[in-house]
Design a protein around this ligand. Structure first.
Ligand SMILES: Nc1ncnc2c1ncn2[C@@H]1O[C@H](COP(=O)(O)OP(=O)(O)OP(=O)(O)O)[C@@H](O)[C@H]1O
Ligand SMILES: [Mg+2]
Length: 515
């Protein structure tokens, strides 16, 4: 299909040819521009950019070949048809070599002109299509490049922001990816590694080959994969870093294109494991020490009364073997049995103290009025306080909230603290007992303060340990405070102590108020 909506420029010095061509072309529906010589023609061409130019070859001044050259230099895609005489065939061929689209001979035949125009138009539309096609391809290429760049940056970010080390390397082992975490864990800067170091550089000698063999075998997470394998890596300092390693060999079709390794620094985990093991060991040691102390003091405490009981039993047996008991002996026996009962009671007391210390006994929770309980404890210790020449000051805050707890156990705590204070003031002194309430944290506080000997800095960390005592044999088992600590803990309360050697001590018990 010929599209006649084209601009055609006719350049010919022969006016009659210009006229005939103008008429013919306009008649065929083209827009026609005319020029009388080459120079004028080129000017019109520069202004109007006609699609097709028809130019005579022989013209005075600038000839058609020069016009053709200029137009092609200006716009190589515009079509130029040259008009020539039969005698000038050589020129016509030159014109074709210079990319003229066609030539027509004089006298001009309408059919030849139509054919030439049709071909020129076809070439024009082909050029246009080609141009459009090229533009589309270029655009698509740009879009794809942009898309690729985006994906590349995203993946790069992904790799860089990983907290695990990521190392990518080619089939020869040369490192091509070395992310930030790898730098941090191994201490090698990227510039030193990329394209320069081989991956086996980060493993102890021989380790990497071993690892590669595992990576290629199917035993560890599948062929060409290795998952969660524990190994060691070598940092720039030479330090061995325990690491968990996962890796994969990458293929494109059949061809191996490289491998990727992910590794996690296990130092912190190892440190915590070690800490945990140390703690376990210490706890165990502590337990053993406690057990030793317990055995020693129980043996000691129970041995004396038992020895007494044994002696009386032997004595009585000896007397009985001599014959029937005289009245005098009957009275002595009653006395011995009495002493034996006392000694047995002492043993039983020690055993029940130990039972109370064992923290497994069940608690009986009731509503406890702390002030009333404190009064009772003070009453129970009153006699001992007076005997020891200790004055008492009580400051009990009124309207304390109820505490949910085991009455007897809390009483045991307070008595223990009071008795410790009494022991700390053998020359007498002052005992202050206070209660108060802190509404902000809903805590009821019981304070026991004495003006006794105080606790030395060395002893202070140990006073809550079972069997820690500074008292002489038979005076204390060292179980009081550890018992208090256990009881307070089971009431979700707390205990703390402030003490200064030679000045005195304050113990504070805190219990949560009932909701
Ligand atoms: N108020 C206090 N003043 C000075 N030292 C104290 C006081 N309370 C406790 N201690 C120190 O803490 C140690 C441990 O106290 P704890 O009550 O556990 O055992 P204990 O009194 O020695 O023996 P137990 O209570 O078994 O009869 C005491 O031996 C003493 O050295
Ligand atoms: Mg005590």
């Amino acid at each position: 299909m010929v599209n006649k909506d084209f601009k055609i420029l006719v350049i010919d010095d022969d006016e009659s040819i210009r006229k005939v061509l103008t008429l013919t072309l306009q008649d065929a529906g083209y827009q026609v521009l005319t020029a009388v010589d080459g120079h004028t023609g080129l000017k019109i061409f520069a202004d109007e950019r006609p699609d097709i130019t028809l130019t005579d070859l022989r013209m005075p001044g600038m000839d058609g070949i020069a016009v053709l050259k200029e137009i092609k230099a200006l716009e190589p895609n515009k079509e130029v048809i040259v008009i020539t005489a039969y005698a000038d065939m050589d020129l016509a061929i030159t014109a074709l070599q210079l990319k003229a689209s066609d030539f027509i001979t004089k006298p001009i035949s309408t059919t030849a002109l139509e054919v030439a125009l049709e071909r020129a138009q076809e070439r024009l539309s082909l050029t246009r299509e080609l141009r459009e096609y090229t533009r589309l391809i270029e655009k698509r290429w740009l879009d794809t490049a942009e898309e690729l760049a985006k994906t590349y940056h995203f993946q790069k970010n992904l790799i860089e922001s990983s907290i695990d080390g990521i190392i990518g390397y080619d089939p020869e082992g040369k490192v091509i990816i070395f992310n930030k975490a790898s730098e941090t864990i191994l201490g090698f800067p990227k510039e030193v590694v990329l394209g320069k170091l081989s991956v086996d550089h980060f493993f102890p000698p021989g380790h990497y080959n071993e690892l590669k063999a595992k990576l290629c075998s199917s035993e560890y997470g599948g062929t060409n994969r290795l998952t969660l394998y524990e190994t060691s890596l070598v940092a720039i300092s030479g330090q061995l870093i325990p690491a968990q390693f996962s890796g994969a060999v990458l293929h494109e079709g059949e061809e191996e294109i490289g491998s990727v390794a992910f590794f996690r620094d296990l130092r912190e985990i190892r440190r915590l494991e070690q800490q945990f093991a140390d703690q376990e060991r210490l706890l165990h040691q502590d337990k053993m020490i406690s057990l030793g102390r317990l055995a020693a003091s129980v043996v000691h405490e129970i041995n004396n009364p038992l020895a007494g009981v044994l002696n009386y039993a032997r004595l009585m047996l000896k007397i009985m073997r001599k014959g029937p008991l005289t009245e005098d002996y009957q009275e002595k026996f009653a006395n011995y049995l009495n002493l034996m009962e006392n000694e047995t009671n002492r043993c039983s007391q020690i055993v029940s103290n130990l039972l109370a210390f064992s923290r497994k006994s069940e608690l009986e929770f009731t509503d406890v009025t702390i002030n009333e309980l404190v009064q009772k404890c003070l009453m129970l210790s009153g006699h001992k306080l007076r005997l020891s020449n200790i004055s008492l000051e009580r400051t009990l805050q009124e309207g304390l909230p109820i505490v949910r707890g085991d009455y007897n156990q809390i009483q045991q705590c307070i008595i223990n603290l009071i008795f410790n204070s009494i022991d700390a003031m053998p020359e007498g002194g002052k005992l202050s007992v206070t209660t108060s309430y802190s509404p902000s944290d809903r805590i009821v506080l019981i304070g026991v303060t004495d003006t006794g000997c105080g606790i030395s800095k060395e002893d202070l960390p140990h006073i809550f340990e079972p069997f820690f005592t500074t008292k002489s044999e038979g005076q204390g088992l060292g179980l009081g405070l550890s018992m208090v600590d256990g009881i307070v803990e089971r009431h979700k309360g707390s205990i703390d102590v402030i003490s200064e050697a030679g000045k005195g001590t304050t113990f504070s018990l805190r219990f949560p108020a009932k909701n």
